[in-house]
Structure formats: structure tokens, C-alpha cells
Design a protein around this ligand. Sequence first.
Ligand code: ZN
Length: 271
Amino acid sequence: MTTVFTNYYDSHVHSVNSSDAVDSVEAICAHAIRIGLKGIAFTDHCDIDAGDERCERVRRGIVSDVIEARDLYGNDLRVSAGIELGEAHHNPGLARRISGDASVDFVIGSLHRMRGEEDFYHIDYENTDIDALMRRYYEELYELVENGCFDVVGHINYQPRYMSERAKRSLDLPRYYSDLFEILKSVARQGKGIEINTSGLWRNQGDTIPSSDVLKLFFKAGGEIVTIGSDSHNLRSVGLEIFSAMEKLKLTGLSRFAFFSGRVPEIIDIE
Ligand SMILES: [Zn+2]
């Protein structure tokens, strides 16, 4: 168990700067050390559609919190100041400015909302053409990836869960894999990565986000960089199911993952 703990990193944790988080960076760091984490990346939500002022405030907030946390806990825990940059392609200039700031260690690029649509969580799927929506999702995800303002793409295919639950029918995801493969090829070509989000496991959805077959598709596309993160919004879920995600990663044939500092991935072997 001791050797496993040397690899216990969480690359996707939100702090008080996120609208729905309740625990401070300091409290989360103290908890992370207690449970044996060696590194943690705070990636507070920075949705580009929220505009200049809000994004700057999130970036400045997380960076100053992380600097304070490093003073307190830096000997025991590696702490990265990240952002989860939502919809970067909607405003490429602002996205470049926020993600390009030298104080940012790590950028997760995510798509939670498409142009002219609500957040995926709020869409009425019973009265929506889901196939058309999925096609648009991959078109916009391709745009986001080509825009290049990220280190890893966050939680690919997270929204089909809402779609199938609320539309009360299952979704045949492999039919979209040719679209997804083009996206993954672009990520790989840029030397960037994707994340394995463990919230699908700890929220009892039965799999990581994305699933193992998407990971395999990424490796087939030439991709090599993978981070593992819990998508935690409070200290109770920090680090949850990280080991299960490592096991899944190993089963797909990759025995290492990445942890970012200063936008540079350190590759860590899974023991
Ligand atoms: Zn997200």
C-alpha cells in the first residue's frame, strides 16, 4: 500500500472559488494529506461565456489560494493552480489570455454548453433530437480542441448520462466514434491529453468518464497524456476512485499518468 500511495494524485478538484463548492483550498489540502495524496490540482470553473471580469477573478482567486496553501503544506503536498476552462472556442482571445497567464499550472478544457443552448444539465431531453445534439456536441468539441487552449480535455462524453436518463432510452455511443476519433487525433497531434474523470465511479454511474473504449481510441489516435481527477467539489470526494481509474488505465495498456505543474506534464508510473 505504501508504494501505491506514492502515486496518489488528484488532478481535478474545485475549491471555494467555484459557485457550488463549500470547502477552502486550505481545508482540502489538509484533508488531502490526511488521506495520503501526494499531489492535487485545483481547477476552478472558468466558463468563458461568463466574461472577462469573472474569468479573471477565478484565475486570480485560485492562484493566490494555491500560493498560500503551498506556504502551509508545500513540504507534504504538491499543489497546482489550475482552471477548468469552459467553452474556450466561444471567445478565443479571452481564452488565450486566461489560459496563457504564467501563474496557471494546468488547464482542463471542457464543453458544458453549446452555442445558443443551456448547460447540458438543464436541457429537456424528452423533447430534443438527441442524435442532432450529439453531432453538434462533437462539432463543438472539435472546435474547442482545435482552439488549443487546454492541457487535457475534461470528461469527454459526460452528458449522455443525462440524455439517456431523461429521454428514457439508451444511447448508442459507438455510432459517434468516427467523429470522436477526429477529435482525439487533433488532441494527440498537439501533444495534449485527456482526463479520466472518476466521478462516474463515485456517483455510481458504473464507469469512468470517458469509458475505457474511448481511452483505447485515444491511444489508437496516438495520444499518450492522461490525467486522473475526481471532479470533487468538497473535501469528502477528494481523491475518490483514483486507484480504480489507475487500474482501468493499466488494463487499456497505459501504465502511467500525468500531473501538471507550470503547464508541463510530469509522467508518473503506476506501480
Ligand atoms: Zn466540467
